[in-house]
Design a protein around this ligand. Structure first.
Ligand SMILES: Cc1cc2nc3c(=O)[nH]c(=O)nc-3n(C[C@H](O)[C@H](O)[C@H](O)COP(=O)(O)OP(=O)(O)OC[C@H]3O[C@@H](n4cnc5c(N)ncnc54)[C@H](O)[C@@H]3O)c2cc1C
Ligand code: SF4
Length: 509
């Protein structure tokens, strides 16, 4: 049997589907759940609220691609507007525009989950097979040093000069043309992601994907799931018709924001008030260094080197910052660089000579996903003082790295702006203003809103991924993680979906 991609915008009239299982979302977690269910011979469909786009659509223009590829047209933010939250929307989810970094869940994190959060059967040894499958399927490899662009080389040079821990990263690309447009989707089809690799395998095994179809409510009777009510939408977002899917199994894979929002608006049983709580996001902010030579950071693979000098995965550590290069496209840079008028123009004139690093916090803050009166997600996240301290430490560390690599001047875009030309100026710097609402913060890794574990008092789903109270409802995305993981999450999400798939299949049979 060969499956198909059905476009909601082409559907006429209401639809009723009766299947074994329905997956909501087609990103890292959803694509794997869909593939494994289909490969097990089950009748399975995925509902994806976003459009079906292919490399021909990825035209490398910020103004067109950001609204098409990102949730809320790129405008999603925390409720207090302190942190911009970037997430994908479309067939392939956030794997379409992500920067392809691949790291396994650290052992220390898996041990913490077993010890403190009651997660069973998810040790490094238990997950080994799933990680191997995913890394093979997505062609994960170390990024060759020859493909390290000048921006990343600044980070390497800074680490070397300071004697700080740094390393080349791994990725899932094949045939990369080093265009530098990863965050707008790859026009060269070099990304080995859900869209290119996993979903075609799912279709080949007979799965169907409904694009432009938003899951509105999980249907249940309080003890087990029955299906999903969804709505097909036109290209302009207007409703086109209902899509009602009846199934024994529903898999939530709409991301840590989307899955939690859907769960909340569906009135799932939540006796211990755990639903949507525990949100972590890896918030981060950028620091720019001006050099006397061209860096042209927009060219080439955006991120290929990391600094882990200030990153520990031990619980309660005071070293929780991951540093990577983060060069923005021109519009993004213009929006972030401080200043107005002539001062801003001068800053943009220096754009080719800028190197930019980002400090990403392996966060402890527990945020929440709620819904407003119309069912839209509200992302509530107020950074704790400890995490704020980590952010400040990370921004200062970025400044030191840039200066050590030869930057003439370094700017931390805060209010008031911090501008230094010598490392000694960073000693004893007052960092109290380095906080949300002063520093532009972005988070691209939401996690933890439907946490796994054996204790229903502190989790939403079991270690098998199945809801504690609702038989047949599974979670297979970043919502599962009991804490922040302190590394880019896609490989962990793909691998957890792979690891949990046998439980989902068993229930759907
Ligand atoms: C700019 C950027 C760069 C990143 N770089 C990296 C990186 O280099 N390495 C890494 O490991 N991670 C990276 N990430 C994060 C990574 O891509 C995500 O963590 C991962 O894809 C999340 O997987 P998921 O399955 O939880 O959700 P997603 O991949 O986000 O998929 C969720 C899907 O569900 C759909 N959906 C939501 N609600 C509904 C609904 N009600 N009905 C139907 N469909 C719905 C969404 O449209 C979306 O397509 C990056 C993210 C961003 C934004
Ligand atoms: S840098 Fe490589 S993977 Fe990224 S968009 Fe360009 S060709 Fe694609």
């Amino acid at each position: 049997m060969t499956g198909a991609i059905v476009l909601g915008r082409d559907l006429t009239g209401d639809q009723v589907l009766v299947v074994d299982a329905v997956v909501v979302g087609t990103g890292a977690g959803g694509s794997i759940a869909l593939r494994e269910l289909a490969r097990a011979g089950l009748d399975v469909v995925a509902l994806e609220e976003g459009p079906y786009l292919t490399p021909r659509d990825f035209n490398q223009r910020e103004d067109e691609m950001i609204p098409r590829l990102f949730q809320d047209a790129g405008g999603r933010a925390t409720e207090d507007l302190g942190i911009r939250v970037l997430q994908g929307r479309g067939v392939g989810g956030s794997t379409i525009h992500n920067t392809n970094l691949c790291k396994r869940t650290p052992d220390a994190i898996l041990e913490l989950w077993a010890r403190k959060y009651g997660v069973a059967g998810a040790s490094a040894a238990d997950l080994q097979a799933a990680f191997e499958t995913i890394e093979r399927d997505l062609s994960v490899s170390e990024i060759p040093a020859a493909l390290r662009n000048a921006n990343n080389d600044v980070l390497r040079a800074g680490c070397e000069a300071l004697g700080w821990r740094g390393a080349q990263l791994h990725h899932n690309r094949n045939g990369c043309q080093q265009s530098g447009f990863c965050e707008l989707g790859c026009a060269y089809d070099a990304k080995q992601n859900a869209l290119k690799v996993v979903l075609p395998q799912a279709l080949e095994a007979g799965a169907r994907v409904y694009a432009d179809v938003e899951a509105v409510r999980i249907v249940h009777d309080g003890a087990r799931v029955v299906g999903v009510h969804a709505v097909a939408r036109d290209a302009d977002g207007g409703p086109r018709g209902a899509v009602n899917v009846w199934a024994k199994v529903v898999v939530l894979a709409a991301s840590a924001v989307g899955s939690a929002a859907l769960a909340r608006r569906s009135g799932l049983p939540d006796p211990n008030q755990q639903l949507g709580r525990g949100l972590r996001m890896h918030p981060g902010a950028a620091v720019a260094g001006r050099f006397d030579r061209d860096i042209r950071g927009w060219r080439g693979i955006p991120q290929s080197f990391e600094c882990t000098e200030h990153l520990s995965h031990e619980e309660g550590s005071d070293e929780r910052v991951w540093i990577v290069p983060a060069f923005a496209h021109p519009v993004g840079s213009a929006a972030t660089l401080p200043g107005f008028g002539a001062a801003h123009m001068a800053a943009m004139r220096a754009y080719p000579r800028l190197a930019v690093m980002t400090a990403v916090v392996h966060d402890e803050t527990r945020g929440e996903v709620d819904v407003d009166g119309e069912g839209n997600p509200i992302v509530r996240y107020v950074m704790s003082e400890r995490d704020r301290g980590q952010l400040a430490k990370g921004l200062v560390a970025c400044a030191r790295l840039l200066l050590a690599a030869g930057a003439l001047e370094v700017t931390i875009p805060a209010i008031p702006r911090v501008r230094v030309t010598r490392a000694s100026e960073l000693d004893g710097l007052d960092t109290s203003a380095l906080r949300p609402h002063s520093v532009p913060l972005t988070a691209v890794h939401p996690m933890g809103t439907l946490r796994m574990g054996e204790d229903p008092k502190i989790s939403v789903v079991r270690s098998t991924g199945e809801h504690h109270q609702l038989r047949g409802l599974f979670v297979a995305d970043g919502s599962l993680f009991p804490t922040s993981i302190g590394v880019p999450p896609q490989i962990s999400i793909y691998a957890f979906a792979q690891h949990l798939a046998p439980h989902i299949i068993e229930r759907a049979r």
